[in-house]
Design a protein around this ligand. Structure first.
Ligand code: ADQ
Length: 454
């Protein structure tokens, strides 16, 4: 089996014997543990100059990390990746900012990653890059003379061409993306949007099986929905030691629990969700005093402007809603501005009668999948899910909502809380079945197989 070289913005902190992390980190880690390999990424450190650290080995994995200079961090990470690409890929063009210097910094850091990989790669290695930080990575690696097969999996959505074209450097980005051999997307909608751009704006031709011919070369595109370790989540959710916090919560909380868990990010639709919850309390007063809505949302990217704003706004909104509806013995909304380790989080999912997952856009959304995996199949909770999460394609047995429709979300909450056991079981079983088929293992195996196949 060829060695795997994984490249992502961050390298997850790996401790042997620790429970696996979520999402991207879990997927990459699994693949590397299985067949051995190399993981290249930013260390999370900002230093005077951008420099490479000495290699570190953990079991079968060699870790190569890079420190970024302040200028590289500002232009690449805070700038082009998170102030231009992230909002645009999530259709939030009103929040996007653009600066050609940031784009130059983004390219420069992609070059740095490529240099690090070119120094360690062997001729038969498979190179698998992750996410929106590395769109120019393959082009840089080709310029360094590397001819290996190189794939990219985009964890975020890819928007309609008209939205992507609001980025002034869109043409250069697409040309760079076409230097990969394989581009993986979460859903067919994302893949088609990319293909449409290439065919209509870049003069490319679409061939069989997602092949695109453009800029004098051919590349494959494919759909690889990311999944979760279904059984591992349920084991964590049921573990008596892990359950201590959930049990404590149950003894103090008499009400039924509506739970949301997100990184604090405007794409997750928290502001709209708070408003919908207020609407729910207004329109369905019979639930007052009988439910608690708990929102867990640790701050993320707090040095990027819109992230600071949304944090302030949500704190004010939570206070206002509680001020309006709370009683001497009841607080409707618990807003926790902190994260929890996975082994604590999974039992909390299991405890919640309703999982409320309503991003405005999301590549996949693994919280929705983890919520389903954590439930007791004999008495499962109900998932209320945004139709704009990639997960909605597979989890169509959830109560699907439009996160911009407050009345619709309020009605879905009422319906979720009133759903008979039989219907809850049927919907849960249907979703669990799909998730077993589209597991994290399958995601990894299918992507690697496609990357190996010329
Ligand atoms: P994220 O935007 O981070 O990921 P998501 O998929 O929901 O979104 O979460 C990833 C992981 O982080 C999950 O395993 C979850 O348990 C954990 N997590 C989220 N909020 C947490 C919290 N408050 N406390 C502790 N843990 C928390 C990006 C894309 C998604 C895509 C993933 C994977 O934006 O669309 O699903 O990558 O491809």
């Amino acid at each position: 089996m060829p060695r795997l070289v994984a490249v992502s913005n961050r390298v997850a902190p790996i401790q042997e014997g620790e429970p696996t992390a979520g999402g991207l980190a879990a997927g990459v880690l699994d693949a590397l543990k299985q067949q051995g390999g190399i993981w290249v990424g930013w260390s999370g450190e900002i230093t005077a100059e951008s420099t490479a650290n000495p290699a570190r080995t953990v079991g079968p994995i060699a870790l190569y990390t890079i420190n970024l200079s302040r200028k590289d961090y500002d232009e690449f990470y805070r700038g082009f990746a998170n102030a231009t690409l992230w909002p645009t890929l999530h259709y939030q063009i009103g929040l996007a900012q653009f600066d050609w210097n940031d784009f130059a910094g983004y390219r420069r850091v992609n070059d740095l990653f490529a240099l690090a990989v070119s120094q360690v790669v062997r001729s038969d290695d498979l190179i698998w890059a992750h996410d929106y930080h590395l769109l120019c990575f393959a082009e840089a690696l080709r310029a360094a003379g590397v001819t290996n097969r190189i794939g990219l999996f985009l964890h975020t959505p890819f928007p309609a061409p008209a939205v992507f074209m609001t980025i002034p450097s869109h043409a250069a980005l697409i040309r760079a993306m076409c230097a990969f051999d394989l581009l993986g997307f979460q859903t067919e909608t994302d893949r088609t949007a990319f293909s449409d751009y290439v065919v209509r704006q870049a003069g490319g031709k679409a061939g069989h099986n997602g092949t695109l011919h453009v800029f004098g070369r051919s590349l494959r595109t494919g759909v690889f929905p990311i999944g979760v370790h279904v059984d591992e989540v349920r084991v964590q959710a049921e573990d008596p030691v892990n359950r201590r916090l959930a049990t404590r919560l149950r003894t103090t909380l008499r009400e039924r629990l509506i739970l949301s868990v997100d990184r604090l990010d405007y794409s997750k639709g928290l502001r709209q969700r708070f408003t919908a919850f207020e609407r729910f309390l207004e329109e369905y007063p019979e639930h007052r005093g009988k439910i608690t809505f708990m929102q867990i949302a640790p701050p993320s990217r707090s040095d990027v402007q819109p992230y600071r704003e949304i944090r302030r706004e949500l704190e004010a909104e939570a206070g206002r809603i509680n001020g309006r509806f709370a009683d001497v013995d009841w607080v409707p909304l618990r807003y926790l501005n902190r994260g929890f380790p996975r082994n604590v989080l999974m039992p909390l999912y299991a405890e919640a009668e309703v999982g409320l997952v309503t991003p405005l856009r999301d590549g996949m959304n693994l919280v929705a999948k983890e919520y389903i995996a954590a439930q007791d199949p004999d008495d499962p909770g109900v998932l209320v899910l945004s139709q704009f999460a990639g997960a909605a394609v597979e989890l169509d047995a959830a109560l699907l909502v439009n996160p911009y429709d407050q009345a619709g979300m309020a009605a879905a909450l009422d319906r979720a809380l009133s759903m008979p056991l039989e219907e809850r079981r049927e919907r849960h079983a249907a979703m669990l079945h799909v998730m077993r088929v589209h597991s994290l293992e399958r995601w990894r195996d299918r992507f690697e197989a496609a990357l190996r196949t010329p």
